[in-house]
Design a protein around this ligand. Sequence first.
Ligand code: MG
Length: 387
Amino acid sequence: MKITDVQACVIGTQEEHSGGSVWTFVRVYTDEGIVGTGECNSGGPGYSGFATKAAITAMTPLLVGEDPFNIHLLYEKMRRGGRYGGSTNAPIIFAITGIENALYDIVGKALNVPVYKLLGGKFRSDIQLYADCHAGASNDPKAYGDKALEVIAEGFGAVKFDVDSTGTGKLDMHNWTVGAREMSHIIGLIEGIRGSIGYEIDLAIDCHGQFDLPSAITLAKAVEPLRLLWLEEPVPAENIDALAQVRRSSSTVICTGENQYTRFEFMELFARQAVDVIMPDLAKAGGIAEAKRIADLADVHYIPIAPHNVSSPLGMMAACHVMASIPNFLFLEFHARDIPWWNDLCEGDRPFVQNGKMTVSERPGIGIELNDEVARRLVWNGDTYFS
Ligand code: MG
């Protein structure tokens, strides 16, 4: 089998959603008529989608004429081969991620097996999800608690809230110090949510890397008795030693990873003992095989993986195949409760999310296809759909 073409398309809407709904998709075409689809670069503003698409287009000559079964060889051809051009960093690694996912889709289809069987089979069929509840509807701790209870009633195993921008007024818009008033408000919100949901269900808190070191340490220590599932990105992602200082300061579980890519960046997190739980975004971190390498590396450190996920059903199912195939899976994020057309965008076993779980597909390949009619209508900001 030979690759004949690679194309990319950016899909999303400019409607106000509480979360990223701009996705880059890749299609890899073959001389045997099998087409693989992969997703990458979910979320964020649309410009990163177009940067990813440009990188995919630039890599197409490396792939045409190659055998799509040589997934690892082609991955390293793109990643190592492009290392002087930033191929282990965004957005190039996003492009490589989408292409690699499409190659797995092709191989699964050609062998008539779901992708998880190419990864050694499954530990579990149902992938347990947590719901990202974003910020609460108001700054009232009771409103946060009510939102959590609504989500728990839908069957989700855990909830997550953002506390980095609670609207209480910062000391200064351009530094990341949390003053006494804002800090008390944040701690009160988290206590309020815990008060509403009790300890029967897990609670994660996301700081989006928007606190400075002393603020992060103050928060991590203050919430120790609330037994968080994790405190996410209490400081920005790029200084691992600062994160390690936060981790050493308290017993609060520290999580990071959605802005780290490939096994090499996760190796650094483990080596410097900076993290208790990792949350790579599997539409960005390098691909299906790279995600498994990252998960295995975490497992030798007895660290669980709870991937960040703001993808379409297709990218989310790709993540489910990996999470089915490893022992140390904790939770997968679900970020699309508020996107009304999220299910309609794709074909497969709908609804894709039920009772707080996504069941790993038994269809060949990733097991989910774009619905061309719906997707064509949602093409982002003047982009052209696959030909
Ligand atoms: Mg986050």
